[in-house]
Design a protein around this ligand. Structure first.
Ligand SMILES: [Zn+2]
Length: 153
């Protein structure tokens, strides 16, 4: 038997910008207010908790803060050429659009794209490093009508 703890989306939010692959409209630089929901399933621990709820919320907030008010660049994208200098990150797309961002405004993510699906998995994987023995599901709302879900094992 397993129990479930749920942190709902109204509690953890981050605002960030990104762009996706051509040729979609989303290939232009734009931003979202992302809302994160997390479900943790496990047996009860010695204190009869699935997980320490306050601690879990803090961990999710720390991950969200690392993304908050940043330009998210997918470092593993085969469509982007990324050049790092001490102060800036230059990104050239496959259609030769060229962005130069101050390094401090950017987070380079170990992902092939910054879709909500992959961002949900990224948040999942960060939490799984901490809660390796628990089953974690991350839901990421990009808009009120668009939710990506990543269910771990
Ligand atoms: Zn978007």
């Amino acid at each position: 038997m397993s129990y479930k703890t749920v942190i709902n989306a109204t509690q953890v939010k981050f605002s960030a910008s990104h762009f996706l692959k051509e040729p979609f409209q989303c290939s232009r630089l734009h931003g979202h207010n992302y809302y994160v929901s997390v479900e943790v399933e496990a047996s009860l621990d010695e204190n009869y908790f699935v997980v320490n709820f306050i601690e879990l919320k803090d961990k999710i907030k720390t991950i969200a803060q690392s993304l908050d008010h940043r330009v998210m660049i997918p470092e593993l994208s085969s469509d982007l050429t990324i050049t790092k200098t001490s102060e800036s990150i230059e990104v050239v797309t496959s259609t030769n659009k060229r962005y130069v961002f101050p390094k401090i405004d950017v987070i380079l993510l170990p992902l092939p794209a910054t879709t909500s699906e992959l961002l949900a998995k990224f948040i999942h994987d960060k939490l799984k490093e901490i809660y390796s023995d628990k089953r974690i599901t991350v839901k990421l709302e990009e808009t009120k009508n668009t939710v990506a879900v990543y269910k771990g094992n």
